[in-house]
Design a protein around this ligand. Structure first.
Ligand SMILES: CC(C)(COP(=O)(O)OP(=O)(O)OC[C@H]1O[C@@H](n2cnc3c(N)ncnc32)[C@H](O)[C@@H]1OP(=O)(O)O)[C@@H](O)C(=O)NCCC(=O)NCCS
Length: 164
């Protein structure tokens, strides 16, 4: 039986500087660039929790709330909010910090499902996560609802893909 692990043990933070190649003609960051940062921090968080390699199974509930521009600092934070047998839901929050004004705003939030895999790339069991903060506990409570919705969407996507 795998032991339980508190969420704080795998909580991860990363800081990025928004540079011109990351931005569009209006000088604001590409959504795809933010998504790649989110995928990376989610993978780091899930690897720390599972102590194994992981793959991204799905990215859902991505909310681009506000933009970031050249020279802004992005602070990313990842935390495991629920676990299944081999999967981990990771919540990622991205804050944008303007160094001149000191203003901080949430730019993006996302929930990803990462799956721990063994050396053959097969799903492998993970420890149960124990949520600690109020935000983690509230996200943990709705994990089953999110999983059910995700399964429904996955079935629909597969039907669409194989119908052609
Ligand atoms: C994710 C993957 C390992 C699942 O493999 P599988 O053979 O379907 O394994 P299972 O059916 O046993 O599912 C394993 C876990 O993944 C979860 N899962 C599978 N597909 C999922 C999806 N699309 N979204 C969310 N969770 C998913 C299952 O619910 C299960 O969770 P649990 O063990 O906690 O109950 C496999 O589909 C894969 O390798 N995909 C490619 C991942 C990848 O390369 N990502 C990078 C970007 S392309």
């Amino acid at each position: 039986m795998l032991e339980e692990t508190p969420a704080s043990r795998s909580r991860s933070v990363q800081t990025k500087l928004v540079l011109p190649p990351d931005t569009n003609h209006m000088g604001t960051i590409f959504g795809g660039t933010v998504l790649s940062y989110i995928d990376e921090i989610a993978a780091i968080t899930a690897m720390k929790h599972s102590k194994s390699a992981v793959v991204t199974a799905s990215i859902d509930t991505v909310n681009f709330i506000s933009s970031a521009k050249v020279g802004d600092i992005l602070n990313l934070e990842g935390v495991v909010i629920s676990t299944g047998r081999t999967s981990m839901e990771v919540y990622v929050k991205v804050d944008c910090q303007n160094l001149e004004t000191g203003n901080k705003t949430v730019t993006t939030t996302a929930i990803l499902t990462m799956v721990a895999v063994n050396n053959d790339g097969k799903p492998t069991p993970v420890c149960r996560v124990v949520p600690e903060t109020e935000e983690e506990k509230s996200l943990f409570q709705n994990a089953q609802k999110r999983k059910a919705r995700r399964l429904k969407i996955n079935e629909f996507s597969k039907e669409q893909a194989y119908d052609k």
